[in-house]
Design a protein around this ligand. Structure first.
Ligand code: UDX
Ligand code: UDX
Length: 459
């Protein structure tokens, strides 16, 4: 196969990964037509909405790119068949959630959407097609994709397929910046020409030193390993935060001192309520499943520990809140500031707020929840069948009304400049602040009259 000049790209899956990644490719490659398709019609309608505030995903900078490229060389559509048919290169960006039942339930990824996408590509693609795994997948998934594609090739010899792995390392909230200036681009594959075709796309805005190529399995595993290493750092610092609280050490001082060792580095050492997001837990569970599958049980339990500390961190925050509020929170109002799993996103997948709120509701509290970007319907879905004793608030002030405590769970900028004097007046005393993200000024709050508990600091 000669190096293909890619003119048309199709991306299956218009989610948090597919949408922003394709928008940035379209922006940097005006000669390539990028078609993003999805089975979810309402999601596609949101991407096509005239009012750019209605895009399905909130990401700083995304709106501007969509405005610039949409309907020029960036299209969103539910017409999966014809867009697969005309594509030179197809990215698979569908979701791969943890299986909830059957073999590997609770650990293995559910690959039914991946298989479904491979079958559609196998049926409708024409000529030479490069298929790129964008979703994070268990090692060896490319083998399944290849088997499905090559079976159809044997029936129709005008078709040919080349499978690449090109995992996405973007973090939500900084997705556009991460895509414009990534630390590295990883391309795994066994066909040089196909690899070069994808490399040439990235070379439009990324220097060649940052683009690394590996075999397929290294690429698939590197993504799982990267996410697991990042999550492991968070569990490490969170485990130390508990020790700080009982010894008088200060977690910020410890993180600074540890992080200044250039071998360790300062990033991802912020202690908090535990990591959330759609990737970390799912990917570690995946790694654990793979290790057990290959008989590496010690390795599996090592990584399982990272998740156990994360769950424990959330539970212990609830226990501390109950203990500080005289051992019972039944019928006490508690303001919850932040529901998304981190700032600058409306995403709540695996947000620590979900588990913490559910446990507080189980204890009988009445929650007054405010988040600048998460909508009421999302919180309702996330809290599910737990107690209905929660209220969606439209402002920080609303969430503090007659509350005994405020719990800060997400580090939104808006929470850094609160008029705490006004808030104090609207709360019941003794009024508590539980700051799990280190954004409050202790001395100022103390002088107003608040009781304050800060994660990783002794009281
Ligand atoms: C997901 C995974 O969470 C992540 O691990 C992986 O790297 C990429 O896929 P994300 O983009 O955040 O990431 O998922 P999501 O926002 O759920 O988007 C997936 C989209 O695929 C959905 O809009 C869904 O409707 C669509 N989809 C799913 C299809 O178009 N076709 C299918 O067959 C299945
Ligand atoms: C992560 C990876 O960073 C990204 O490379 C991968 O492609 C997808 O998964 P994301 O989940 O979007 O990205 O966000 P990230 O910034 O990594 O934060 C994940 C969670 O860890 C959040 O809940 C965040 O609050 C928490 N976190 C992060 C900490 O508690 N402390 C830190 O120091 C950093």
């Amino acid at each position: 196969m000669s190096i293909k000049n890619i003119k048309k790209i199709c991306c299956i899956g218009a989610g948090y990964v597919g949408g922003p990644s394709m928008a940035v490719i379209a922006d940097n490659c005006p000669k390539i037509q990028v078609n993003v398709v999805d089975i979810n019609e309402s999601r596609i309608n949101q991407w096509n909405s005239d009012n750019l505030k209605n895009l399905p995903i909130y990401e700083p900078g995304l709106k501007d790119i969509v405005e610039k490229c949409r309907n020029k060389n960036l299209f969103f559509s539910t017409d999966i068949v014809s867009n697969i048919r005309s594509a030179d290169m197809i990215f698979i960006s569908v979701n791969t959630p943890t299986k909830t039942k059957g073999i590997g339930a609770g650990q293995a990824s559910d690959l039914k959407w991946i298989e479904n996408s491979a079958r559609q590509i196998s049926k409708y693609a024409t000529g030479k097609t490069i298929v790129v795994e964008k979703s994070t997948l268990p090692v060896k998934t490319a083998e399944i994709i290849k088997k499905i594609l090559f079976d159809s090739k044997s029936k129709d010899n005008t078709k040919n397929f080349y499978v690449l792995s090109n995992p996405e390392f973007l973090a939500e909230g900084t997705a556009i910046n991460d895509l414009q200036t990534p630390d590295r681009i990883l391309i795994g594959g066994d066909n040089c020409d196909a690899i070069n075709s994808l490399k040439n796309i990235y070379l439009n805005w990324i220097c060649k030193e940052k683009i690394i190529t590996t075999n397929l399995w290294s690429s698939e595993l590197s993504k799982l390993a990267s996410n697991s290493f990042l999550a492991q750092r968070i569990s490490s610092i969170n485990s130390i935060s508990a020790l700080c609280e009982v010894t008088g050490a200060d977690i910020n001082e410890v993180a600074l001192a540890v992080g200044m060792d250039s071998r360790i580095g300062s990033k991802f050492l912020n202690a908090g309520p535990g990591f959330g997001g759609s990737c970390f837990k799912k990917d570690i569970l995946n790694l654990v499943y793979l290790c057990n599958y290959y008989g590496l049980h010690e390795v599996a339990s090592y990584w399982q520990g990272v998740i156990e500390i994360n769950d424990w961190q959330q539970n212990r925050i609830v226990r501390i809140i109950v203990e500080k509020l005289f051992g019972t929170i039944a019928d006490k109002k508690i303001g919850i500031l932040g529901f998304s799993f981190k700032a600058n996103t409306n995403d709540t997948r695996e947000s620590p707020a979900i588990e913490i709120c559910k446990e507080l509701l189980d204890e009988g509290a009445i929650l007054q929840i405010y988040d600048p970007k998460v909508e009421q319907v999302q919180i309702k879905t996330d809290l599910g069948k737990s107690s209905l004793k929660w209220k969606y608030c439209k402002s920080i002030f609303d969430s503090a009304q007659e509350a005994d405590a405020i719990v800060i769970l997400t580090e939104w900028d808006e929470f850094k400049n609160i008029d705490w004097r006004e808030i104090f007046q609207s709360m019941r005393t003794p009024a508590w602040i539980f700051d799990t993200r280190h954004i409050c000024d202790f001395n100022m709050l103390n002088s107003i009259g608040f009781n304050i508990w800060r994660l990783g600091k002794s009281s």
